[in-house]
Design a protein around this ligand. Structure first.
Ligand code: PLP
Length: 367
């Protein structure tokens, strides 16, 4: 493995220091929850090792209502990032081939690179509305392709695959005899409602998600892998045991208690996110110097500056004069003309101020 720090992590707000940012439009989650507001009962917890697959009641909840699934099909991991690492290192080696969507959450690209496998990228283009080109995907798959890796709802574009499109990718993976990783960390944040759990569509599918984005709990580091292939799950469990044995029992307990109250906790979060999205949409409608592909899920979008804006001056003025930060395109291996704009994390007033600051900066940096 050849590790290299990624720009998105080096320049992340938690590394820059939240106190140094006035308007934070860089985040890809909803607002972080405060422990005290969750009203949890953690006192009786014994701080022992926990079940290596993950707390059984938590695993049970994660597949509740999905026909044919049991808690055995779920492996709890220390975040979606850890899940993705486990899957990549279990399935890929220097002789295997991966097809992965780009841009993407950086780890989906970087861990396979660190492994040294052959990679082909399915590039999503602004001009094509960041849509998935299934024919192109098929053309990239080779006999030695071990894994196809997609993300829906997508980070950073906020685009989503319909159930029919997802089924078509699943059929392709089955036809070409490879595994399909679906990073569905934002599944519950699809504006049209969640598509089926990918793992329920085929034993070839591996679903990954976490508590970080929709529930605003990135600080507990709880994610999971769901697959109906027990042999594969056994390999993932072996990897987990070698990396961290089991999860933090405190984190699992928090995740379980929050998920037990999903019907109470999730709807207000989604409603707040919907209002924030409407704010961005209304603002975008008034902009001349920035254009976007309207997202259909998640908490982020990936607009770009039109020609005529000096890109480097734009970021300098936005950051230093207005204390406003967005995720610049190079975090996603794209031109810095693109930016990820996260609207779900800031308060309504911080979002409004941040958007105004972008407009003011654009007025000042037009060539
Ligand atoms: C698509 C996607 N997958 C996975 C992750 C990792 O999330 P976590 O490790 O906090 O669960 C992120 C974080 O930005 C993401 O956007």
């Amino acid at each position: 493995m050849r590790y290299r720090r990624m720009p998105i992590e080096i320049e992340s707000p938690e590394q820059v220091g939240y106190a140094n940012i006035r308007c934070n439009l860089t985040e890809s989650s909803v607002s972080d929850m405060r422990l005290a507001d969750l009203n949890l009962d953690l006192g009786p917890l014994v701080l022992a090792y926990s079940d290596h697959l993950g707390k059984p009641e938590l695993r049970q909840l994660l597949v509740a209502g999905i026909t044919g699934f049991t808690a055995q099909d779920v492996l709890v991991t220390a975040s979606a990032a850890a899940a993705l690492f486990i899957i990549a290192t279990s399935l890929l080696d220097q002789d295997s081939h991966l097809v992965v969507v780009r841009p993407n959450y950086a780890t989906n690209l970087e861990t396979p690179r660190a492994i040294g496998c052959a990679i082909d990228f399915l590039d999503l283009e602004f001009e094509a509305g960041f849509r998935f080109d299934l024919e192109r995907l098929e053309s990239l798959v080779r006999p030695e392709t071990r894994l196809i890796s997609i993300t829906t709802p997508h980070n950073p574009t906020g685009q989503t695959l319909s159930t029919a499109e997802l089924q078509a990718v699943v059929a392709l993976a089955e036809r070409r005899d490879c595994h399909l990783l679906v990073d569905e960390t934002y599944r519950e944040m699809n504006f049209a409602g969640p598509t089926p759990l990918a793992a329920s569509l085929s034993p070839r599918c591996i679903s990954v998600a976490s508590m970080s984005k929709a529930y605003g709990l990135p600080g507990i580091r709880i994610g999971w892998i769901i697959t109906r292939d027990p042999a594969l799950q056994e390999i993932f469990l072996a990897a987990k045991e070698q990396i961290f044995i089991c999860n933090s029992i405190i984190d699992e307990q928090i995740a379980w208690q929050v998920l037990s109250r999903k019907a109470e906790i999730l709807p207000p979060i989604l409603e707040r996110n919907r209002r924030a999205f409407e704010t961005v949409k209304a603002w975008m409608g008034q902009q001349e110097d920035i254009e976007w592909v309207e997202p259909s899920g998640g908490v982020v979008c990936f607009p770009r500056l039109r020609p005529g804006v000096d890109v480097e001056t734009f970021y300098r003025v936005l950051n230093s004069k207005y204390g406003t930060f967005v995720g610049p395109g190079h975090w996603f291996e794209r031109d810095r003309r693109y930016m990820r704009l996260g609207y779900g994390w800031p308060s309504a007033s911080e979002l409004a101020e941040g958007l105004t600051n972008i407009s003011l900066t654009l007025n000042e940096t037009k060539e």
